[in-house]
Design a binder for this molecule. Structure first.
Ligand code: GDP
Length: 542
């Protein structure tokens, strides 16, 4: 049987849902995550996710990030069973300086759940995440949270979300009242209203009070003007908003919207059901073959393949190990399977392979497309690597379109103690592979350069070099303010460029050539002088 034969695992693929939860800090992502776990039965008392969340009183920003890093292995991937589905939920780091990490997480999912604070609407951090989802046409479900607080008018909110997302909103539920007067939500498909009841940390087994819309008089009597306003809005929307269309949602051309209050367990059931009923199962994934061409890997195909979208090193300082998070793209992973890293052709011998069921790390027995598994290794894997079973063919690709963003900030790195240069190199290599920082080696002499998208990355790397590698590194100012990866089809033109620009060229960790610029003006001028050279702001492939 060819490795590309589709279908043997189709039933398992069909029941997978893999999504990321995205929001601006404080919109209620952690709370909703917890409540989704609660409703799926994965946990019985809310609080277990919360307890692991980084303290808000951390003394510095990087300490907070460190704490988040500490908790993130446990809580960044959560698997739950709900109805007949296996749901993989991926958390995204909150801090803006770590958005690179978030972008990579978004490459590993089939849908995103966007949480919006009803009072604040679409906030900056959410906006950036939306951009990435839009680039990849990732379907987005929207949850408007905190309806138990005074917030923006729901119609206004929909308008705002539509503007920001650039796609129509299709409300699936609609709120009656808001803040103190929050009466509940109308399920527009089922034509019934679930009455609001403040919830606690446990799921109320007695269930909620549900009233069919056919009994509108009862609801009007109970909620008065608020119900009438909701009725008016629903009527308005029936004429103005498009009907829900599955294909449009899957093509990221409309977003279904749900209202609720995470902290009160309210409206959560509807979201969980939507994940099963609306969110798409894993589809074929585009990967790049070793020869540079693109191929689609069908999820239900026989051969196992997966892509490393996150590497987390040194979680335990006493073990020099790291976890490579792999999204399964095809086939079935079974414990004990012989694995190979496509890039190097080398065998991967993980010391353990874990799954993330209910936030406990457990040895994984089997996994299918859409699932996330963690390989603990001592090295040999990089972000973007394709891992396959044994001799699986190169047709399963080497690198996915895992984005590296061109750094905007640069610093030179030097040692306080020159005896430690081996440790420094090792540390930078590993932190670079993890994606914590980008490392550039100038092609002609000069100190190594660190490139970052956010300032905080430097602080974290400096701290981690010391804590994990015993290296006191000095960071210094640097004349560069941006980088572009360069390619050129014309050899002569490329040589002319590399000769002329030699003092501004550097190789990144994957040995890809980059042009370092001192200003946007510098870049423009260079582009004009070398029209045949292409300057890429994003490195997707090695
Ligand atoms: P995250 O930063 O997005 O993960 O947000 P959290 O889940 O930690 O929530 C931020 C704050 O908002 C916490 O104090 C929550 O208790 C609170 N919160 C979350 N959901 C709701 C809600 O539905 N209503 C109200 N009033 N507060 C909420």
């Amino acid at each position: 049987m060819s490795d590309l034969t589709p279908l043997p695992h189709a039933p398992e693929v069909r029941r997978r849902r893999t999504f990321a939860i995205i929001s601006h800090p404080d919109a209620g992502k952690t709370t909703l995550t917890e409540k989704l776990l609660l409703f799926s039965g994965a946990i019985h008392i809310a609080g277990s996710v919360k307890a692991r969340k980084a303290s808000r009183h951390a003394t510095s920003d990087w300490m907070e990030i460190e704490k988040q890093r500490g908790i993130s292995v446990a809580s960044s991937v959560m698997q739950m069973l709900y109805r007949d589905c296996v749901i993989n939920l991926l958390d995204t780091p909150g801090h803006k300086d770590f958005s690179e990490d978030t972008y990579r997480v978004l490459t590993a999912v089939d849908a995103a759940l966007m949480v919006i604070d009803a009072a604040n609407g679409v906030e900056p951090q959410t906006r950036r995440l939306i951009e990435v989802c839009r680039q990849r046409d990732t379907p987005i479900l929207t949850f408007v949270n905190k309806m138990d607080r005074e917030g923006k008018d729901p119609l206004e909110l929909l308008d705002e979300i539509e503007q920001e997302l650039g796609m129509p909103c299709v409300p699936m539920t609609w709120p009656v009242g808001q803040g103190k007067a929050f009466g509940g939500i109308v399920d527009l498909r089922k034509q019934q209203m679930r009455l609001f009841k403040a919830g606690a940390d446990k799921r109320d087994e007695e269930g909620d009070e549900i009233v069919p819309l056919a009994q509108a008089d009862t609801l009007r009597a109970r909620f008065g003007g608020d119900f009438e306003t909701a009725e008016g809005s629903i009527e308005l929307l029936a004429g103005a908003a498009p009907a829900y269309a599955q294909e449009a949602f899957e093509a990221a051309k409309q977003t279904p919207v749900f209202f609720g209050s995470g902290v009160n367990n309210f409206g959560v059931q509807e979201v969980l059901d939507a994940l099963v009923d609306l969110a798409p199962p894993p589809a074929a994934r585009h990967v790049t073959k070793i020869d540079g061409s693109d191929v689609e890997v069908p999820p239900a195909a026989e051969g196992f393949s997966g892509v490393v979208f996150k590497v987390q090193a040194n979680m335990d300082p006493s073990h020099r190990d790291r976890i490579a998070f792999v999204r399964v793209n095809s086939g079935r992973y079974a414990s004990g399977m012989k694995l190979r890293v496509q890039r190097s052709g080398k065998e991967l011998r993980p010391t353990s392979v874990v799954t993330f069921l209910s936030q406990r790390r457990e040895a994984v027995e089997e996994a299918y497309a859409g699932d996330i598994i963690g390989f603990t290794t001592h090295g040999g894997v990089q972000l973007g690597d394709t891992i396959t079973h044994g001799e699986a063919p190169a047709s399963f690709g080497t690198y996915t379109g895992l984005p590296f963003f061109a750094p905007e900030l640069f610093q030179t790195v030097e040692l306080a103690n020159p005896m430690k240069s081996k440790q420094l190199m090792q540390g930078l290599l590993q932190l670079g592979e993890e994606g914590a920082i980008q490392v550039f080696r100038p092609t002609v002499g000069g100190a190594m350069l660190l490139g970052a998208v956010g300032q905080l990355q430097f602080e974290v790397v400096q701290h981690r070099l010391k804590a994990e590698y015993g290296v006191e590194a000095r960071l210094g100012a640097c004349r560069f303010h941006g980088a572009r990866w360069v390619t050129c089809d014309d050899e002569t033109a490329m040589r002319k460029f590399t000769d002329e620009a030699a003092s501004k060229l550097a190789l990144d960790a994957a040995d890809t050539l980059a042009y370092l610029m001192t200003s946007p003006y510098d870049l423009r001028l260079t582009q004009e002088r070398h029209p045949k050279v292409v300057f890429h702001p994003l490195r997707e492939h090695a």
